[in-house]
Unconditional design. Sequence first.
Length: 710
Amino acid sequence: SVLTDLIYGGSNAVAGLTEGAVNDAIAKYGADKKLAFPDTAYFFPTIYAATGVKVKTLGDLPACVGVLKSLITNKEDLGDALNAGLATAVGAEIIEGLKYVEGGDPYAQDSGIGFVPDPIIRSLGVPLVTGDIPGVAVVLGKAENPADVVAVVKDYQNKGIMTFLVGDLIEQAIDGGVKVGLDFRVVPLGHDVTSVIHAVTVAIRAALIFGNATPGDLAGLLAYTKERVPAFVNTFGPLDAVTVSAGAGAIALGFPVVVDVDLGENQVPGALESVTDHGQTVAKSLELRKIKIKMKEIPVPVAFASAFEGEIIRKNDMHAEFSSHKNPTCELVLSRGKDEITDHKVEVNGPDIDGSTAPVEMPIAILVEVFGEKMQPDFEPVIERKIHHWFNYMEGVMHTGQRNLLRIRIDKAAFEKGLRLKDLGEVIYYMVMDEFDNVVDKCQVTIYTEKDKVEEILSTIAMPTYGKRDERLESLNDETVDTFYTCILCQSFAPAHCCVVTPERTGLCGAVSWLDAKATKELTPTGPCQPIPKEGCLDELKGIYTEVNKIVEESTHGSVSNVTLYSILEDPMTSCGCFECICGIMPEANGVVIVNREHKGMTPTGMTFGELASMTGGGVQTPGFMGHGRSFISSKKFIRAEGGISRIVWMPKELKDAVADKLNKTAKELYGIDNFSDMICDETISEDSEGVLEFLTEKGHPALSSDPIM
Ligand code: SF4
Ligand code: NI
Ligand code: NI
């Protein structure tokens, strides 16, 4: 058929190009020349996942070209032709990989970013499982009418879809006013059609990172991407053979392709469809991938979407600012009695942001009063923390901080569109009623902007409430509660994973605290967080409970049947892949190393974060390695079975500084050690084993004199 001819034409062309490029590169640099994509533990991810081969040098590539060619049978059969599409993916990966042969960033001069590093993929885990990012779009080509691609991409952005752009439509989108960048969920990859592989390897690495896919198990890989990665492809403009064969690769991975040219009888229903009316492109794509968007229709004059969360508003662009550095500020959620508040009463008490010349600087107190039969004071801070996200979802509004220390900026464009303080109140009202409808029956929002009034609220209501909450949090620990919670949100990616969330151990993503889990149970009774009665204690010190084991076993459908809450060696908790930090044993130091996701450099284990992480994820128990949240580091329960925090010998400086105060307090209470964090090595002191040991010896670090850790 025309279609299979096109696919084979493209695949053969790519095969030829790839073979030539590999031969040229070997002639120029030699077969021993090292070759790697930046910041990944998965080599050439497509080749690694599909065949198990770890490409490390140019000399590894000719064999891969052989595999690639064997995938192209040129037989008149759609299944065979889709395999040829995979060959195109492999070829594209090699051609793109060769761009990195000289080191440095080959994409420095391109408006695309090229290869997407592992940490970015890990950071997408939680928003993908919560549906905050409902899908992934790959949009490539060049639109005949630029306005079409602009409208489509903006529509995806407003729906929170993560969109990758390939080809000349990158400039069309940017020129048309689309805000691009990871923070805006619109990521330009590159101009060559081969750069589409950088979107493909995101899906493939998701299978490796979260799905525990076995390298070499191609069938397993294809099943994972088809079932669990909600991606699809849109092409703009005329199709050439290479684009069509790349599209066949996408279809083989389970990603439907919507093209804007009429393919007539060459369409493959459900997999390759023509939509010539661009007004229907988005709807058709979402339908093909069965992506449902929970649209938030909020009556405010600016766009409202999670895709705007990362937007930064600079001084010169702002119309108004509420900053605790300059004026009193606070935000507070309080529960009230049924008759004390009026539902949907949204009031601004004091001057609004219009009237004066920019930048308007004002005090602000945002008081959100709620009533609900099932409302509990413990849920107040959970709702309050969401204000930060909801404000950031508004295009042209930036929010940082919380409680009485915050900064809100409103930019000039938003002001000109008519955004006023009442709209901020409306957003809170609608979102509280949308997300917390199970516990909130009535909600009233009042925004105060007069200094005296704000100060009065601060001193009489806000500060005392924060104080009481802090006392509650201080007294909350694993001993004082009788219930822990599961979180299985990440199972959509890591089917065998289950977090056990306790007051001292937040979910390893850092986003689900014990209070959050408790609220989630109340909000969605059959949802991802289920209670675990703290019963059947077998070993209090190590944290072994028959109920924990039982419920984890149920929650993981039998994959994991024993979890020791406070151990890294004995049945440690599983990791899905989106952990904030990873802890690994450093045997020669008789201790452990902790590294956070943001840290790019080496660790004294001889592995980077990415390399450590690749041994830890996928919902399997890996004794000696453990993913966890930042806040767990200063807990008295942190690897208590192995001696606790006195085993920590190395952390990146940024992480160490961030946790130092709390860590030192814990070390003082547990061991009577002052300034324990000063005994912990970091990358500014040494990254290698010898240097670390020298430092530890000099400091008299307690790990060195402890029992052997293993
Ligand atoms: Fe995923 Fe665990 Fe975070 Fe839940 S708590 S979202 S399972 S990492
Ligand atoms: Ni967020
Ligand atoms: Ni996860």
